[in-house]
Design a protein around this ligand. Structure first.
Ligand code: 13P
Length: 342
């Protein structure tokens, strides 16, 4: 495959494909394993990820890239095959989460800034040598009655831009992920508020990317969709989510960006798929719109597997199904009938 970042970025949003976010940190995978009562050992983490990466139907047809946690980038399958080789063999691009997590922003209450810039240039060289050709950095923007502050939006956008410039210098495509959270106990967090905050975060983000000299044709944006807060007591139709999300993106994302790959953010599997499909079906857009889901691709697979070897085929069936539904959604061709017919 070409080593130009522009070509890698295009491959990451190939027609009918999207990204598997399997980069749960050891702490986050603990929560996922707790939910199925599986012990969080290195071997279990390997077995779980091996089930995903060896699902040939899903990986060959629907998955263009896989985001890995550092441990997984250097890990091998039970038979000694490096995971990076399994992913490449399926025609997908291996990627790596490089941020060190969201830390409290001084004096800012619940707000955080994502850290991990110190030593990043050296880490990127090591990840590139190990086969990673794209990276992910996630910033977290929390909505409450008094947040986000400009300080939090700006600090996160600035860090994301510095990270993105370092990635491109290393021949790695940055996924830029400023996530406006959909959870939080705030009654004022309706869909209009989510739209306004998402627009603010993205405006600030592209300004910072410009200042940092980031090439827009060598990056992928990973935003949240515009949805009502989970505890706002309000809901929105699929069409309204699609309309508001596309409006914000059109207002903020230059057409030089080749692709936008959404996070699922705690939406149900079916909502995440339906929303993506509606956007692609309803609008003619300058960028590819696809998925980069963690939970919405893995939740069904995780529970079908339950940590048992004999359940690997059922786990893979569940993963293939979600990957196929989201592939259809990336083409605007998903329907509830296809969902149920499986
Ligand atoms: P979710 O799809 O579960 O939100 O995860 C995607 C991701 O990579 C968050 O950083």
């Amino acid at each position: 495959m070409s080593e130009r970042i522009e070509d890698i970025a295009i491959a990451m949003v190939a027609e009918g494909q999207g990204i598997l976010a399997a980069d749960e940190s050891t702490g986050t995978i603990q929560k996922r394993f707790d939910s199925i009562k599986v012990e969080n050992t290195e071997e279990n983490r390997r077995d779980y990820r091996e089930m995903l990466f060896r699902d040939e139907e899903a990986m060959n047809n629907y998955i263009s890239g896989v985001i890995l946690f550092e441990e997984t980038l250097f890990q091998k399958a039970a038979d000694g095959t490096p995971f990076v080789d399994l992913i490449r063999k399926a025609g997908a691009v291996p990627g790596i989460k490089v941020d060190k997590g969201a830390m409290p922003l001084p004096g800012a209450g619940i707000e955080t800034v994502t850290e991990g810039l110190d030593g990043l240039r050296e880490r990127l060289a090591k990840y590139h040598a190990a086969g990673a050709r794209f990276a992910k950095w996630r910033a977290v923007i929390a909505i409450s009655d008094t947040t986000p502050s400009h300080n939090a939006i700006h600090a996160n956008a600035h860090a994301l831009a510095r990270y993105a410039a370092l990635c491109q210098e290393a021949g790695i495509v940055p996924i830029v992920e400023p996530e406006v959270l959909m959870d939080g106990p705030h009654s004022t967090h309706d869909i209009a508020r989510c739209e306004a905050v998402t627009e603010w975060a993205l405006k600030e983000q592209f300004q910072e990317l410009y200042y940092a000299g980031v090439k827009l044709d060598g990056m992928i944006l990973k935003p949240n969709m515009v949805v009502p807060g989970q505890k706002s007591g309000t809901s929105a139709s699929v069409e309204e989510v699609a309309e508001r999300t596309v409006r914000v993106l059109k207002n903020c994302v230059p057409s030089a960006v080749p692709g936008i790959a959404f996070l699922s953010g705690g939406q149900s599997d079916e909502d995440a798929t339906a929303h993506l499909s509606a956007m692609n079906a309803m609008y003619d857009l300058p960028w590819k719109l696809t998925f980069s889901y963690g939970r919405a691709l893995q939740a069904a697979c995780l529970s079908a597997w339950g940590g048992k070897k004999e359940n690997v085929p059922s786990g893979q069936m569940a993963f293939t199904h979600r990957a196929r539904m989201n592939s259809l959604a990336s083409l605007g061709k998903w329907s509830i009938e296809q969902e149920k017919s499986a």
